[in-house]
Structure formats: structure tokens, C-alpha cells
Write a protein that binds this ligand. Structure first.
Ligand code: 8YV
Length: 315
């Protein structure tokens, strides 16, 4: 039996690539020097797209594959997939939720602690001899007991909030409606009001056109000069221009960011700032979780081509 032809948008680790190559006829888009010619050549055979959360599949790519049946995303976020184009043709879309929830929450909390306690500067203080030469490291801000806001109480937001509860933080959250699992925490629907009562604001929202710049100038100003913004979702959820200006002027205290507009090339203004912790979109980046994500990506493709129900469909 001929293997289904799959367009592979980005690279995967060998432990995923080897079984993918065994089960499917993989076509490596990311390796092609001339992407348009490559798509025009292989597009007519393609029945599946294997992509990543950061890469997605745009309308032109979907249009170039007239026999496309399924798009499998290695990542929980599918905002980079053109869902309108997929739905218009009845193309199924899958993602990899749940398996990465705890790693993403861990990194968000670690970023808060690192930035609030000045740990990067403290490490330099030891290594460059400042400790011996200048004495004690400057005092930093405490985390435990402070007010935390969670913008978006989905799976990841809930996992963050549970961790913060162990730090005795005062937790409030915003979501489409109050959640039963969050009855010990304050529900504040409005993002600006949530920011105003927060020392630390976590952005854990699934990105969509409706959430674009949901953290805008008003929410950033409300968080204020003592506040910290932590983003482990998507850059588009924050007005990056307003964020940069607020960090530069001190209108916002600090930020800890795992995602950026135009990543991996980020706005150079970030690099000049001392009050921001920069991470390379690696919240799900552990061996264990990436292996689980790869397995789920493959299992969804396998289920689809075996005519079985998808494990984790999104559309
Ligand atoms: C990426 C992510 O998929 O889950 C998501 O939505 O953005 C990440 O896990 C990861 O960087 C792999 O490319």
C-alpha cells in the first residue's frame, strides 16, 4: 500500500522523524531552497500537513494541496493555521494539548521567580567577582504572598494558578466565565481590571484574532511600575510596541517573555532593556514533553489515515 504523502513544514527531532519517515511519505518543505516550486511540485499529492505550533499552515500552503485532508500540529497553539481556509474545505486540524501543560506552567513560574529575584544578574555577580569586590547583591522583590493575575484560565492557566497557590499568592483570573475549578480565586472578567489588581500578570490565553493585543497600553499601564508581565502564550496577545515603550519608560516594572513578534528575530529594543527576561519560545522544550508531543502528532495522523477518530481534534 502506498504511504500517504505528508508535507512537513518544520524540522522534528530524530525520534519523531524516523517513525514519520517509516509510516508516511514525508516531503520536507523546510529543506526546499525554492518553496514555491516545491509546493507546486508536491502539493497535488499531499494528503496531510505535519507542522509545529510556531509555524502553522497558511492559506497559500493549504490551497497548494488540493487533496489535503488533515493538518497535525506539534504544539497546543494552532493560531498559525488558517482555520478558515481549513474549515472551508473540511480539512481536519489536530494539536497536542495536555501533554505540555505542566512544562509550560513550570517555565512561566520559573520566569517569574528568576526575574523577580534577579537571578540572572545574581549569577553574573558571582561569576564576575562583584560579590567579593562589591559585597552583597542588591535586594530584589519577593514573590510569595503577592497578587497574581491569570489572563486565560484554560489548561495552562489553571496549572500556573495551582503552582502559584503553593506560593500563597492571592490569585485572580479572567476567563470567558467563572470556573468551578477556580472557586477559591477571584474572577475578574476585564483584563485591565485584572492587571490593576495584580503584581504579576500571566498571559496564558490561546491566541486568536479576538485576543489580538488584549494586553494593550491600558492593561500595561494598570499593571504599573511595580508590576511584572509574564507571557507564555503568543506574542500577538500583547501590544508589543506598547510593552516596549512601557518597559523603556518604567511605566511597567518588568516583563518575562517566551514569545515575540517575528520570532526568532525579535525587536532589538528588547536587547537594550535590563528589566526584561528573554526566553527562546521553549516552554514545552523538555525531552519528555517533546517526545509526548511528537507521539501525539503521529498518532493523530495515523488515526486519520486508518479511518479512526482523531485523538485531539481542534476543528
Ligand atoms: C511549539 C508551542 O510548538 O505548543 C505550542 O503552541 O508554541 C510550542 O510548543 C514548540 O516550540 C515546537 O515548535
Amino acid at each position: 500500500m502506498t504511504k500517504p504523502h505528508i508535507l512537513q513544514v518544520g524540522s522534528y527531532p530524530d525520534w519523531d522523524q524516523i517513525p514519520l519517515d517509516a509510516a508516511f511519505q514525508m516531503h520536507r518543505y523546510f529543506d526546499a531552497p525554492d518553496k514555491a516550486t516545491f509546493l507546486a511540485t508536491v502539493g497535488p499529492d499531499i494528503r496531510g500537513i505535519a507542522t509545529r505550533g510556531d509555524l502553522g499552515a497558511n492559506a497559500a500552503m493549504i490551497a497548494a494541496c488540493p487533496r489535503l485532508e488533515v493538518i497535525s500540529v506539534y504544539g497546543v497553539g494552532y493560531d498559525a493555521v488558517d482555520l478558515v481556509a481549513a474549515r472551508a474545505r473540511g480539512i481536519r486540524v489536530t494539536n497536542t494539548p495536555d501533554v505540555l501543560t505542566n512544562d509550560v506552567a513550570d517555565l512561566g513560574v520559573a520566569m517569574m521567580l528568576m526575574q523577580s529575584r534577579g537571578m540572572i544578574g545574581a549569577e553574573t555577580w558571582v561569576r564576575d567577582g562583584s560579590w567579593a569586590a562589591k559585597g552583597q547583591y542588591p535586594l530584589q522583590r519577593k514573590v510569595w504572598g503577592q497578587r497574581a493575575g491569570i489572563l486565560g484560565l484554560g489548561r495552562i492557566g489553571l496549572a500556573v494558578a495551582r503552582r502559584l497557590a503553593a506560593f500563597d499568592m492571592q490569585i485572580a483570573y479572567s476567563a470567558s466565565s467563572p470556573k468551578e475549578a477556580a472557586k477559591d480565586w477571584e474572577f475578574i472578567a476585564d483584563p485591565v481590571a485584572l492587571a490593576a489588581r495584580s503584581d504579576f500578570l500571566f498571559v496564558t490565553l490561546a491566541a486568536s484574532p479576538a485576543t489580538r493585543h488584549i494586553v494593550g497600553a491600558a492593561a500595561i499601564a494598570a499593571l504599573g511600575p511595580q508590576g511584572m508581565l509574564i507571557n507564555i502564550s503568543r506574542a500577538a496577545n500583547i501590544d508589543e510596541e506598547a510593552l516596549l515603550t512601557a518597559l523603556e519608560t518604567g511605566a511597567l516594572g518588568s516583563a518575562a517573555l517566551d514569545v515575540f513578534e517575528g520570532e526568532p528575530k525579535l525587536n532589538p529594543r528588547f536587547l537594550a532593556l535590563k528589566n526584561v527576561l528573554l526566553q527562546p519560545h521553549h516552554a514545552s522544550g523538555t525531552f519528555e514533553t517533546r517526545q509526548a508531543m511528537g507521539k501525539l502528532l503521529r498518532d493523530n495522523l495515523t488515526a486519520h489515515f486508518a479511518g479512526q477518530p482523531l485523538l485531539t481534534p481542534v476543528a
